[in-house]
Write a protein that binds this ligand. Structure first.
Ligand SMILES: C[S@@+](CC[C@H](N)C(=O)[O-])C[C@H]1O[C@@H](n2cnc3c(N)ncnc32)[C@H](O)[C@@H]1O
Length: 218
């Protein structure tokens, strides 16, 4: 599915988030707190927006960007600045890196697309250095008194834009369901704690439908 949406992915993302996606990617990069000359892994890079934001924030660092889609990173690799990033094919369930390889692991919209988020986070715990961070950008279901109007505001535009802009109702139907169907920051924090991470914090974004969660490897 991600191979199929590649051509429209960035435009759709800009429209669906009213242009906020790039700012959230920069926020993820800042939260990664990578030391001078450090390195980081973007674990589901897609079209590379987070990896490129990370390199811009830490120009003397090494950024590895992996994905299991073939087309998404191929598109990303042709962008300005992309030649400084190490692009690689990898499944987040089986990261081909040694223990304690990175100062930070970052990702956007990975967890809601995997079968077992706990397993993926367990695998991720292995690759940061002690004290290194994992920073996660994800969707979260709207809560509180505005949850129904906000859910409607997600459902209708995503389906319409998917149909009109991307001509791909099926993929964007999935996106809309997974956006509203993923879990709360509290539940992600519980999983992070279970797999060993500490110092877990989160910020809510975009009337309660996005979150940025940060945690530290002990
Ligand atoms: C919604 S896109 C997000 C892309 C990018 N991180 C962003 O914020 O725009 C989700 C990406 O996760 C990738 N993905 C999903 N499951 C994966 C897995 N098990 N291993 C590696 N990549 C995966 C998909 O191929 C896709 O590129």
């Amino acid at each position: 599915m991600f191979d199929r949406v590649t051509g429209h992915y960035d435009r759709m993302n800009r429209l669906m988030t009213l242009g906020r996606h790039a700012a959230w990617c920069r926020d993820v990069a800042v939260s990664a707190s990578v030391p001078a000359g450090g390195n980081m892994l973007d674990a589901a890079t897609g079209t590379g927006v987070i990896a490129l934001a990370a390199l811009e924030k830490y120009p003397d660092s090494t950024v590895y960007a992996v994905d299991f889609s073939q087309r998404m990173p191929a598109e990303a690799a042709s962008r300005p600045g992309a030649s400084a990033i190490v692009w690689q094919y990898a499944d987040a369930n089986d990261l081909p890196f040694g223990d304690e390889s990175f100062d930070a692991v970052i990702h956007g919209y990975l967890l809601r697309n995997v079968d077992d988020a706990e397993r993926v986070l367990e695998k991720q715990y292995r690759v940061p250095k002690p004290g290194g961070r994992v920073v996660i950008l994800e969707t979260r279901p709207p809560r509180g008194p505005l949850r129904y109007p906000v859910a409607l505001g997600v459902r209708v535009p995503i389906r319409l834009l998917g149909q009109i802009v991307a001509g791909d109702r099926r993929s964007y139907g999935y996106l809309q369901r997974s956006t509203l169907g993923f879990t709360t920051p509290q539940e992600v924090a519980t999983i992070l704690r279970r797999v060993g991470f500490a110092s877990i914090t989160w910020k809510k974004k975009f009337p309660g439908t996005r979150m940025i969660i940060s945690a530290r490897k002990q």
